[in-house]
Design a protein around this ligand. Structure first.
Ligand code: URP
Ligand code: ZN
Ligand code: ZN
Length: 471
């Protein structure tokens, strides 16, 4: 089975050029100015851009949180991703009971028969001892090349600095990238107890009890630990301008330090947490100030930040009221759990499907970055950093035919009825967007066309990651 994408403009991280692209089976087999293939189905991409499918390097599918669980499973989350032009996601494995390998097997079983796009996994390291130290060496053979550690969530997820240092050192020796969730767990615990004792219950207190300085200092700590461990580090979900400064400082001193931000930190601020429906915006780390947004944009524009991910971790706003999903009523407890206490609001936001269209409109459409930078930030860089390149993240002969046929002139009013996340709200409700994926291909198969779904549960595959690159 061959498919010929004709007359499109191919956009890679390096350049944009007019070319035809021929797919056979699951792979791209030819790229040339003009291709004729009588045995191929022809897709006319005139006026459209051909982008490598998006890669979201930070999502949480089925993540248990307090009294509930994030509301997308592998089917609904991967379908939502595909509608927004993303064809690969990287989720996190919680370190629950048992060995790392057992935890990974359990997570993969959740995806089995459900994932509709390809996926890889990061391993959380939230408990460290001699046996975990030994097991880290096994991760590459299980296809995992990245681990996540936390400087917050005391007595639950956090490791001590000495443990993080040890983990990074072992990770560096085994070709693993350490990702760091950088907040100050001790300060958060003090401020949270004080806020609750004073009767503060509303969503804004989620941000007020997690001061941004804690993130700035924890980011520098992560970079400094990596320098001392002689190992690479990647700061996740950066939301503070000061974190970008710390990353730039490390990079200027030759520390192999990289990082990501997420759309919510570019477009929303603490003000949104003060709204009557502020719980919709509760995530960790929290939304910050317009000055922080500027700092993050600067980091994106100058290349200090390599990746735009989402930290997709959706919850219902009102999980007592069902929504219709594929003809069935579904309700999952959500943000209403914290109506009397901000610490009980499940932390996290929907976003895997929103990422590309929202970012295109406000980054490329606003001339902040080029289409090539867009591809680098949303597909090529995550593929390279997380060891999926060149199978994913590029338009090249031999690569998987994961494509988004992108119409840069398509205008729409966005919101919960366009996005396909399994939740009852969307952060970008009513936003006017320009630029949208009209067709999406996963390994040569069309899975979305004109906002219609042709994908299938179970057709997504687990990807074996290789050693990643330092960018
Ligand atoms: O609020 C968020 N981001 N929830 C997901 C967990 C995390 O730390 O990324
Ligand atoms: Zn995190
Ligand atoms: Zn996360």
């Amino acid at each position: 089975m061959k498919t010929l994408i004709k007359n499109g403009t191919l956009v890679t991280a390096e350049s944009s050029f007019q070319a035809d692209l021929l797919i056979e089976g699951e792979h791209i087999i030819q790229i040339a100015p003009s291709i004729e293939a009588i045995d191929a189905e022809v897709v006319d991409a005139s006026g459209q851009l051909v982008l490598p499918g998006g890669i979201d390097a930070h999502v949480h599918i089925n993540l248990p949180m307090g009294e509930t669980v994030s509301s997308d499973d592998y089917y609904t989350g991967s379908k939502a991703a595909a509608f927004g032009g993303t064809t690969t996601i990287i989720d996190f494995v919680s370190q629950d009971a048992g060995s790392l390998a057992e935890n990974i097997a359990r997570k993969r079983a959740e995806a089995e028969g459900k994932a509709a796009i390809d996926y890889n996994l990061h391993m959380n390291i939230t408990r460290f001892d001699e046996s975990v130290a030994e097991e880290l060496a096994d991760l590459p053979s299980l296809g995992i090349r990245s681990i996540k550690v936390f400087t917050a969530y005391n007595n639950r997820l956090r490791l001590g600095d000495g443990e993080i240092f040890k983990v990074m050192r072992i990770a560096g020796r085994h070709g693993l990238l350490t990702m760091v969730h950088a907040e100050n767990g001790d300060v958060i615990d003090v401020l949270t107890a004080e806020a609750l004792a004073q009767g503060h219950t509303s969503p804004i207190w989620h941000a007020r009890t997690r001061p941004g300085w804690g993130e700035v200092e924890a980011s520098l700590r992560a970079v400094a630990l990596a320098a001392q461990a002689e190992a690479p580090v990647y700061i996740v979900h950066m939301n503070m301008a000061g974190e970008v400064d710390q990353l730039a400082y490390g990079r200027a001193h030759d520390v192999p330090a990289m990082g990501e931000t997420c759309p919510q930190y570019l477009f929303f601020s603490e003000k949104d947490l003060e709204r009557q429906d502020g719980a919709k915006w509760v995530c960790s780390p929290p939304l910050r100030s317009p000055a922080d947004q500027d700092g993050l944009w600067h980091g994106i524009e100058t290349g200090t930040i390599q990746v735009l991910a989402t930290d997709h971790c959706p919850f219902f706003y009102d999980g007592t009221k069902p929504i219709l999903y594929e003809g069935k009523l579904v309700s999952i407890p959500g943000k209403e759990l914290g109506k009397d206490n901000f610490t009980r609001i499940p932390n996290g936001l929907p976003g895997v499907g929103d990422r590309l269209p929202v970012f295109w409109t406000h980054a490329v459409g606003a001339c902040r970055i080029t289409p090539n930078q867009f591809v680098a930030l949303t597909s090529t860089n995550p593929a390279r950093i997380f060891g999926l390149y060149p199978q994913k993240g590029c338009l090249a002969v031999g690569s998987d035919a994961d494509l988004a046929l992108w119409d840069p002139n398509y205008e729409l009013t966005y919101g919960v009825h366009v996005a396909q996340h399994r939740t009852d709200y969307n952060l970008y409700e009513g936003w006017q967007l320009k630029g949208f994926p009209r067709q999406v291909f996963l390994r040569g198969k069309r899975i979305v066309a004109d906002q219609q779904w042709f994908g299938k549960a179970g057709s997504g595959r687990y990807l074996m990651a290789h050693p990643g690159e330092i960018l």
